[in-house]
Design a protein around this ligand. Structure first.
Ligand SMILES: [Zn+2]
Length: 104
């Protein structure tokens, strides 16, 4: 009998209370069941077991530990929180007024 191991990827959104940076951390969540039928969950990052995500994560921008956690999927419902990774390209069109200045 083989033990069933299920694994899923979860993106956990965080927000820093210091600089209001919003970011996500991807975790692998491994669901395990031991020989006694007890279910367990192991959180992994890059294959290394880590504690489950909790408030107090370290902000990658300012290093503050005042981050709060959002429920999973929060950012999908609030896309305005997700800032573009690159600054937007400036519009190459020069700002020219189509209205000529009146010449007196
Ligand atoms: Zn921060």
């Amino acid at each position: 009998m083989t033990s069933l191991v299920e694994e899923e990827i979860r993106s956990v959104p965080f927000e820093c209370r210091g600089c209001w940076h919003v970011w996500e951390e991807d975790y692998q969540v491994r669901h395990i069941e031991d020989r006694h039928g007890n279910e367990g969950v192991i959180w992994l990052r890059a294959g290394v077991p880590v504690p489950p995500p909790s408030p107090g994560a370290i902000c990658p921008r300012c290093g503050s530990q005042q981050a709060t956690m959002f429920p999973e999927g929060y950012l999908a419902r609030h896309p305005e929180l997700r800032r573009p990774p690159e600054p937007e390209e400036p519009d190459p069109t020069p700002l020219l007024s189509p209205v000529r200045k009146p010449y007196y």
